[in-house]
Design a protein around this ligand. Structure first.
Ligand SMILES: *Cc1c(COP(=O)(O)O)cnc(C)c1O
Length: 369
C-alpha cells in the first residue's frame, strides 16, 4: 500500500535530532513561553521575511487572533464582514464566524482554484473590512488584481491563511509576508509540522504583534494584569523545539515536492483526468496535489484497489456544512467551488515516496478508464 502520507516514516528522517530536542525541553523544566519558543519565533520571522512571528496553539487560533487583534485595535468592528474564498478548509470560515463576523464567500477561479479576484469588487459591501485569502494546496493566491483591490479600498486589511503554503514565494517574497498579517498552522501533516498542534502569526505591524501576543496569553500584558479578555492559545516549548529541528529542512522538502509534482505534470496523460495549470515553481510548495475527474469516487476506489491511498480536499465546501445551514451567506451559489469539491482527488506527494512509488501512481492513474 502506498499511504497518502506516512508521517511516522517522515518524522523518522529527523531522528535522533527530534528525540534529543524533546529530551532537552523535558530536562529544562520550562514548558511554556521560554527559549525554544523565542528561538522559533525569531527564526520563523526571518524565514518568512517579517518583523514579527508570534507563536500560538494552532492555525485556527492564528486566524482568530489576527481578527480579534484588529477588533481590539478598532480596525474591525463586531458585525463587520470578511471576504473569504469559498474553496478552502473549514477553519478559515470558522475563525470568522466564531468572532461573530460575517463571512462573504467568494467563488474560486476555475483555472487556479484560488479566490477569483475578478469577483471581489462585486462581492464587497461597505461592511467588508478584510480580505482573508488562502494559499490553498500550497499555491500563491496573491496577484496583481488582489493588490489593486486592496489598494483601492484603503481600509481593507489583507490577511493571509498560510497554513498550506510554508515557503511559497510571490515575486521574491514569501507568502505570509504579502499582506498585513498572516496565519500559519503547524498541524503535523502540514509542510512544516509539529508533533501535535501549533500555529503562528506573522506581521510587520508592531501594534498587532503586541496585541495578538497578549490575546494568546489570556489578554495579559504582565502577570495577572489583563488588558483584554483574551484566550489561552500558546505554542508550547516541546512543539517549538520540534519546529526548530524541522525548519532548516523545509526548503529541501519543498524541492523534493516540486520534483515529484513535475513528474505528475509531465507523466499523467489520462484524458479523463485534468490538473491545474502548473504554477510557476516558486509559487507552489505542493502541500496538496489535486487532480480532477468527473468520476472521482470511482477513481478513488480504483486507486485504492491498486494499493494507492488518496484523500479528498474537501468533500463539502465550508459554507455548505450543516452548521451554517440557516445563514443567508451560505445560500449563495458557488458553482466553481462546488465543481471542485465534487471532482477533486489528492494524490500522495511528499519526500517519503520513492521514484518507483511515483511511477506506480502515474501508471495506475493513467490506466483508469
Ligand atoms: C490546517 C489549516 C488550518 C487550521 O490549522 P489547525 O492548526 O489545524 O487549526 C487553517 N486553514 C487552512 C487552509 C488549513 O489547511
Amino acid at each position: 500500500m502506498i499511504p497518502y502520507f506516512d508521517l511516522k516514516k517522515y518524522n523518522q528522517s529527523f531522528e535522533p535530532a527530534l528525540t534529543d530536542a524533546v529530551q532537552d525541553v523535558v530536562s529544562s523544566g520550562h514548558y511554556l513561553l521560554d527559549s525554544a519558543v523565542d528561538c522559533f519565533e525569531q527564526r520563523y520571522a526571518e524565514y518568512i521575511g517579517t518583523d514579527y512571528a508570534v507563536g500560538c496553539a494552532n492555525g485556527l487560533d492564528a486566524i482568530t487572533l489576527i481578527l480579534r487583534g484588529y477588533m481590539e485595535l478598532g480596525q474591525i468592528k463586531p458585525g463587520d464582514s470578511v471576504l473569504v474564498p469559498a474553496n478552502t478548509f473549514f477553519a478559515t470560515l470558522l475563525a470568522v464566524t466564531r468572532l461573530g463576523l460575517a463571512p462573504v464567500p467568494v467563488d474560486a477561479d476555475p483555472v487556479t482554484g484560488q479566490i477569483d479576484c475578478s469577483l471581489l469588487e462585486k462581492a464587497c459591501t461597505d461592511k467588508c473590512r478584510a480580505l482573508l485569502t488562502v494559499h490553498l494546496y500550497g499555491r500563491c493566491s496573491y496577484n496583481e488584481q488582489m493588490a489593486e483591490f486592496v489598494q483601492k479600498h484603503h481600509n481593507m486589511l489583507l490577511i493571509e491563511d498560510n497554513a498550506q503554503a510554508h515557503g511559497c514565494m510571490y515575486k521574491g517574497h514569501r507568502t505570509g509576508s504579502l499582506g498585513h498579517a498572516a496565519a500559519h498552522s503547524f498541524y503535523p501533516a502540514k509542510n512544516l509540522g509539529a508533533l501535535g498542534d501549533g500555529g503562528a502569526i506573522t506581521t510587520n505591524n508592531t501594534d498587532l504583534a503586541n496585541v495578538v501576543r497578549s490575546l494568546a496569553n489570556y489578554g495579559s500584558s504582565a502577570k495577572y494584569v489583563y488588558d483584554y479578555a483574551g484566550m489561552n492559545s500558546r505554542l508550547d516549548e516541546i512543539q517549538a523545539a520540534v519546529l526548530n529541528v524541522k525548519l532548516p529542512f523545509l526548503d529541501k522538502e519543498t524541492c523534493t515536492r516540486r520534483s515529484i509534482a513535475k513528474r505528475y505534470h509531465a507523466e499523467i496523460t489520462n484524458p479523463l483526468i485534468s490538473l491545474f495549470a502548473q504554477a510557476s515553481e516558486q509559487e507552489n510548495v505542493y502541500h496538496i496535489f489535486p487532480i480532477f475527474c468527473t468520476e472521482r469516487d470511482r477513481l478513488q476506489e480504483y486507486l485504492a484497489q491498486h494499493g494507492i491511498q488518496t484523500l479528498i480536499h474537501y468533500p463539502v465546501p465550508p459554507h455548505r456544512q450543516s452548521c451554517y445551514g440557516r445563514q443567508s451567506w451560505a445560500q449563495v451559489p458557488m458553482p466553481v467551488t462546488e465543481r471542485i469539491h465534487a471532482t477533486e482527488l489528492s494524490l500522495p506527494l511528499n519526500s517519503t515516496l520513492t521514484d518507483s512509488d511515483i511511477s506506480t501512481i502515474v501508471s495506475t492513474v493513467n490506466s483508469f478508464e
